[in-house]
Design a protein around this ligand. Structure first.
Ligand code: NAG
Ligand code: NAG
Ligand code: NAG
Length: 464
């Protein structure tokens, strides 16, 4: 038994490598749409272990969803955080025997490889995928026990497709919101928000922001709002807890970057854009090297990797980053990696995660809990969801957003570079925190209690 599972794990590590090499060929984009909110986009095959024993099923917090009809409405189908998260929910519901129907509101006109493969992945797991428009969508919406609208943008679907039926379905809608940007406060998108059964939001910071802004900008009131912190998938935890897989991935990635095992590697893993603060991170990294040089501090050779580049989308900003590196002559120490399908290998390869999202910060920041699962300390901005995940001085160090955060971040980089014990302790503390709060089963429990209330709400309305 133990032997078989070790074999499986080795196969898994190889598969990750394979995915990695596929992903570098192209097509793959992660977290493209969420400027202020991101989630780790690892997207890996689940093994069909056939391990749905009756016992497990009974103890599954979502078991009450068995045989319920659930309609999931996604604004798009891509490898970005929002749709992937909704897919995870689809699979959790399938596991307990719910009937799940998926609708994608915005689809590319021409054949799209990503859409095709994601749809097939869902069909394989028994999720029905139907057209967003047309009578079937309306019928299922009317019949469903529960409808989940994913992201504010999905609000467009309601009037466009359901028309006069909108009022009938509002009491059974749960609206899952993952964004924190001003232009979502648009009546076209969210005018029905006050009348749905509930809103589910990824962090207290984001929920607070929505409460304030809907009131101030639109004069509307949020429905009952549930804060549901995300959790790490079982797949990710499996790699994070497999020292062999981790080592294989670490060596592979470091070799590809030209980083030695004994070097210290800081990583920032977000789609490259000003909102994610890669520019300020690189400035802080440069500052830290200056401090080390001036004070003649003894530290390992330091490298930084920016994972999430896309030269074709953020050309100006990307060029600015490249120019900075050239100007400071840091080409051999700062590395850029294109957006990728799976981030786990990069998490395995780095020693410290930098979460430098600016302004209101991350909506949640799934990469943060992913890195903590790998026992990494986190250097994060004191903003948004990061503050609900990282415990300052315990699982990482916080600095302020904006230009005034550059020197504090540089000092924190130096601090972690000098103190290996501190890095390890913080990494272990982060791992313990993940085990306590940020696993899939924690998320399932949190979602289950929300779904229960929404079902009750829908039932009560139907009786009136
Ligand atoms: C929301 O408004 C309250 C009171 O005006 C304020 O204290 C709080 O900082 C605001 N929160 C956000 C996230 O804007
Ligand atoms: C990264 O993407 C750019 C285009 O945006 C491409 O030219 C380059 O070859 C890619 N690099 C790798 C390693 O795939
Ligand atoms: C983090 O802790 C340090 C040391 O106690 C403190 O100086 C800093 O202000 C704290 N940062 C935040 C954002 O709480």
């Amino acid at each position: 038994m133990a032997k078989a599972s070790t074999m499986q794990k080795k196969r898994w590590a190889l598969m990750v490598l394979l995915l990695l090499s596929i992903s570098t060929v192209g097509v793959i984009l992660v977290r493209s749409i969420f400027e202020s909110c991101s989630f780790g986009g690892q997207f890996v095959e689940k093994k069909n272990g056939g391990d749905n024993s009756a016992l497990k099923f009974q103890s599954n917090p979502l078991a009450f969803m068995n045989s319920k009809l659930v309609l999931l409405v996604s604004h798009e189908l891509s490898l970005s955080g929002g749709p992937l998260l909704l897919m995870e929910l689809a699979f959790l519901l399938r596991e307990v025997g719910a009937e799940v129907v998926w609708i994608t509101n915005q689809k590319p006109l021409e054949e799209d490889e990503v859409v095709y493969s994601l749809e097939h992945k869902m069909l394989d797991r028994g999720v029905q995928v139907i057209s967003a428009k047309g009578q079937k969508a309306v019928d299922i919406a009317l019949e469903a026990d529960l409808i989940v609208l994913n992201t504010a943008v999905a609000g467009k679907w309601l009037d466009a497709v359901l028309k006069e039926n909108v009022v009938k379905v509002l009491p059974k809608i749960l609206w899952w919101i993952h964004e924190m940007r001003g232009h979502y406060f648009n009546p076209d998108l969210v005018k029905h928000l006050p009348f749905v059964a509930g809103a589910m939001i990824d962090s207290h910071a984001t929920a607070e922001y929505w409460k304030n802004r809907t009131q101030a900008r639109l004069g509307i009131k949020m429905p009952k709002t549930y804060v549901v912190h995300l959790g790490n998938s079982k797949d990710l935890m499996e790699v994070a807890e497999d020292s062999v897989a981790k080592r294989v991935l670490r060596e592979h990635i470091r070799e590809s970057l030209g980083v030695r095992n004994e070097d210290l590697l800081f990583g920032i893993i977000n789609s490259v854009s000003r909102g994610k603060g890669q520019d300020l991170f690189l400035r802080a990294f440069h500052e830290s090297l200056e401090i080390i040089r001036e004070k003649k501090l003894q530290v390992p050779t330091m490298h930084a990797v920016v994972v999430g580049s896309d030269m074709s989308r953020q050309t100006k900003f990307e060029t600015e980053l490249r120019n900075f590196v050239l100007e400071k002559k840091l080409e051999n120490f700062i590395h850029f990696v294109n957006k990728t399908l799976t981030v786990a290998p990069y998490i395995a390869a780095i020693d410290v995660l930098v979460q430098n999202s600016q302004a209101r910060g991350e909506c949640f920041g799934r990469i943060t809990i992913e890195a903590m699962a790998f026992k990494l300390p986190v250097l994060g901005t004191a903003a948004g969801g990061t503050m609900e995940i990282v415990v300052n001085e315990t699982t990482g160090l916080l600095h302020s957003a904006g230009k005034e955060g550059v020197i504090p971040l540089a000092k924190n980089i130096v601090k972690l570079a000098m103190q290996v014990e501190l890095r390890l302790t913080m990494g272990n503390n982060g791992y313990e925190r993940v085990k306590e709060m940020f696993l899939e089963h924690h998320m399932s429990h949190r979602i289950a209690s929300v779904l229960k209330e929404v079902l009750q709400h829908a039932k009560a309305r139907a009786l009136r």
